[in-house]
Each structure stands twice: as structure tokens, then as C-alpha cells.
Design a protein around this ligand. Structure first.
Ligand SMILES: Nc1ncnc2c1ncn2[C@@H]1O[C@H](COP(=O)(O)OP(=O)(O)OP(=O)(O)O)[C@@H](O)[C@H]1O
Ligand SMILES: [Mg+2]
Length: 421
């Protein structure tokens, strides 16, 4: 057992993870893949020894390059659901999802320790305000699962902090006067909010409960924007919404939802689902559309489609139009996406974000004009309409952008220093 304490903050994200440690100069993110301080939360189990287990960009690249194997992403979304203890086939064996998350986080820990040159054994892990919506039991179950996983990979002390509170602690390092702020962490899987009074004097203090006015959150993030864009713009090309031959019905929508959902896409490879797709093709008025869908599944390219959807979504943050070339499905096939179409497709998501923000403000008991600033972090905070939706709730507040992918991890290291340092 180490004689000195070795704390860290660990942000296991739906899309990206980071690990940060306290240093004499404040918290610092540890490079986890080359010089990148973020590690995509992606795991690839290859069918050959060379690619047996790859994480991060290397895992996604192996999959895109066509290496035979299985890609898993967005596994954080499984925490809090009954799936977490279920086993799933990875090459020649079956592994529980909790075991797969453990393999990934053990790799994060190992890489950080190699880089730092010493073991780390105490961790403050980030957690969303709600892993699941309207389900306190599921929330507790999710945190318990994550705690068990963290102990299982060798952390001696494990505690949690809300992700937006961590981001607030990071922001607090840069302010010069007392500020009432809404932290909006819009990530891949969840959107998390905290309304907090920050001040340079209080930074690093242990007892901050009276400064924390309210937390709120919703299981809705960038992956849901991917799903909406996919269903609206991509799936119709694969037959979604087209009629069947005999009945006044459309082809079933479920396969299209699964193909558009990061945490469900692997289900389409199950033999009974493939049989179901073949019978959908039989009944379809335009089977050539369903053939495209079948080709994606037969070639195990379902994640490639979601990667194309996500890339189009990201492009729309900076441009009015984006084109996704899908020649790999069929020569000449492409999807044109527009900012306006994306806006229409995601209208419901914006409404839910707005409701969550407003109820957080209400719980904090503040007047709208009392809020000094909105602090944005998380990759999805780059969608212009998402920013506008949240900003419109507080028209007079200043807008501040944090380190989009590092703020939570850095704040968790501040918290780790406070608790264990
Ligand atoms: N420029 C961009 N425009 C829009 N979305 C973006 C952009 N860059 C990244 N994203 C999206 O941001 C999300 C990832 O953000 P982030 O890394 O903050 O999430 P996370 O921390 O892994 O998730 P969570 O905190 O919800 O568990 C992805 O859905 C990604 O597609
Ligand atoms: Mg996050």
C-alpha cells in the first residue's frame, strides 16, 4: 500500500474520458493517447491477436479500416439500466458490460500511471446529476456499479461529484470576483446543470453546500441529436417511412431507431434481428431501400453510419449545409443535411433542455436577471441552437466558454485534492 496519497479526478464520459491530477500549479490533465488528453470512450475487440483490445481513437480507426471485430461506444448510457450485468459476445467469449467498462477504465488508469510514473489509488469520479430520467433507484444503481468497477480496477478510495459542480470548480480558478453562474455541461449522453455562487475566496474550501443553489440534469445529449438527425435525414434513404406491399402500413420503425442509437446499434447483428430484416424486405414495396440497410448490417458497418451522422451534425455547427457521402453503401449515395432540417428534427430536444434549465433556476430560487454568467462546457454546447436555447432562458447573462472537453476532469482533480490531498 502506498505511503503517500495519490489522488486523481476521472471523468468517464459517454463519448470522451479524461483523467486529471492535482499538481503544485493546480490541476492538470494527463495525456491518455499520444499527446491527446481526451480518450474517446470507445472499445474495440478485434478477432485477431494484434487488435485484441483497442481503446480510443485507435479502436475507432481499426473499425473504420475494416479490421474484423466489435466496436462498442456510449457504454456509460448502459449504467443504471438492467443491461449493465448482462453479457454480450466479444469474439470467443461473452463479457458483462460492467466488465467491459472495467477493462476500459483500467486502461485509462494504467496509461495515466505510466505517464505520471507512479500509481494512483484515490479517485473522485464524475457523475451526471441523473444517469437515468425520473428513476432514483436506477441512479443509485448506476453509481453503485461505477463504484464497484472503480474498486475492482484497484482504486482504494472512490467518491463521486456531480459533473457540472466539477466544471464549476474549474471555472472558479479563473474568476476574480463573486459570480452567480449557471454551469451548462452539454455532453454526449447527458445535459447537466448547476447554479452556484463562485468566488475566488471560497475556492478550495471544503464546505461549499451553501454556495450550491441547485443541480439539475437530463439524460439527453449529443448522441440524442445524432439519433434525431439520423432518423430525419439518413434513415429515409434506407426505407424508413416507406410503405409495405400489401397493408396500409409503413415498414416497422424499430430497426431504424436501433441503427440511429449508439448504445443499441449492436443489437441489429443478432441473428433473429437479421431474419426480421429479411422479412421486412420481403414485405416492403421498395425492397431496394431495405437492401441498403441489409448491406450495412451484413458488412457490420452500422457504426460507420452513425459516425457519418455525427460528422454531419458537427459540420452543421459551423455551416448551413453538410453532405455525407455514403458511396460505401451504394455508389453515388449521399445525404444532404441542412441547419434548418436539423433544427426541425431536434425541436423536441430543445424543449426538454429548456424545461430542465428553467426548473433548475426555479429550484435555485433566483430571479432570471440575478444570474451573472452561463458557463458552457461539453462537446454539444457547440451546437449554436443549443447555446441559443439555454441563453434565451437568461437574456441578460454573460456567456463564458470553458475547456469543452477538459473542464469536468480538471474540476474533479480540484475536488480530489480537497478530499484526499
Ligand atoms: N463541434 C461540435 N458541434 C456539435 N457537437 C459536437 C461538436 N464536437 C463534439 N460534439 C459532440 O459532443 C459530444 C461529446 O461531448 P463530451 O465529450 O463533452 O461528452 P461526454 O463528456 O463524453 O458525455 P457525458 O458528459 O454526457 O457523459 C458528442 O456527441 C459529439 O458528437
Ligand atoms: Mg461530460
Amino acid at each position: 500500500m502506498p505511503t503517500h496519497s495519490a489522488p486523481c479526478g476521472l471523468d468517464f464520459g459517454t463519448s470522451n474520458s479524461t483523467l486529471a491530477v492535482p499538481t503544485g500549479d493546480g490541476p492538470a490533465l494527463v495525456p491518455l493517447e499520444g499527446e491527446h488528453v481526451t480518450l474517446p470512450s470507445a472499445m474495440f475487440f478485434g478477432f485477431d491477436a494484434e487488435h485484441a483490445f483497442l481503446v480510443g481513437r485507435a479502436g475507432v480507426t481499426a473499425y473504420i479500416d475494416g479490421v474484423q471485430g466489435r466496436l462498442l461506444r456510449s457504454l456509460k448510457s448502459i449504467l443504471g439500466s438492467s443491461l449493465i450485468d448482462e453479457k454480450t459476445p466479444v469474439f470467443r467469449k461473452r463479457m458483462a458490460f460492467s466488465e467491459i467498462i472495467g477493462r476500459y477504465l483500467a486502461e485509462v488508469k494504467r496509461r495515466a500511471e505510466v505517464r505520471l510514473g507512479h500509481p494512483i489509488d484515490q479517485v473522485v469520479m464524475g457523475r451526471p446529476v441523473h444517469f437515468v430520467n425520473d428513476d432514483p433507484v436506477g441512479d443509485r444503481h448506476a453509481e453503485d456499479s461505477l463504484r464497484k468497477i472503480a474498486h475492482g480496477i484497484g482504486f482504494r478510495e472512490v467518491s463521486f461529484q456531480y459533473e457540472p459542480v466539477a466544471a464549476a470548480l474549474d471555472y472558479e480558478r479563473q474568476i476574480t470576483r463573486e459570480t452567480l453562474v449557471l454551469v451548462a455541461d452539454i455532453g454526449g449522453g447527458t445535459s447537466d446543470f448547476t447554479i452556484v455562487r463562485l468566488s475566488p475566496q471560497q475556492h478550495g474550501q471544503r464546505e461549499r453546500a451553501s454556495d450550491l443553489l441547485a443541480n439539475g440534469g437530463i439524460r439527453l445529449g449529443g448522441t440524442d441529436f445524432d439519433t434525431s438527425l439520423s432518423m430525419a435525414a439518413f434513415m429515409p434513404l434506407l426505407g424508413h417511412g416507406t410503405p409495405q406491399k400489401r397493408q396500409e402500413l409503413e415498414v416497422p420503425a424499430r430497426p431504424y431507431w436501433d441503427l440511429s442509437t449508439w448504445s443499441a446499434v449492436h443489437l441489429l447483428y443478432e441473428p433473429k434481428r437479421i431474419l426480421e430484416l429479411r422479412s421486412i424486405r420481403q414485405a416492403a414495396l421498395y425492397p431496394e431501400h431495405i437492401d441498403r440497410l441489409l448491406r450495412i448490417i451484413d458488412h457490420r458497418r452500422a457504426h460507420s453510419l452513425l459516425i457519418a451522422v455525427e460528422a454531419a451534425k458537427i459540420a452543421l455547427s459551423d455551416a448551413e449545409r453538410a453532405t455525407a457521402a455514403l458511396d460505401w453503401i451504394e455508389p453515388g449515395l449521399a445525404v444532404d443535411c441542412t441547419e434548418e432540417g436539423f433544427r426541425q428534427a431536434t425541436r423536441r430536444l430543445h424543449e426538454r433542455l429548456r424545461t430542465t434549465v428553467l426548473s433548475c433556476a426555479q429550484a435555485a430560487g433566483i430571479r432570471i436577471d440575478q444570474l451573472d454568467a452561463i458557463y458552457f462546457t461539453g462537446g454539444t454546447s457547440q451546437i449554436p441552437d443549443v447555446r441559443a436555447t439555454i441563453a434565451s432562458c437568461f437574456p441578460e447573462s454573460a456567456i463564458v466558454d470553458g475547456d469543452r472537453f477538459g473542464s469536468v476532469g480538471l474540476g474533479l482533480a480540484v475536488e480530489a485534492q480537497r478530499r484526499y490531498g
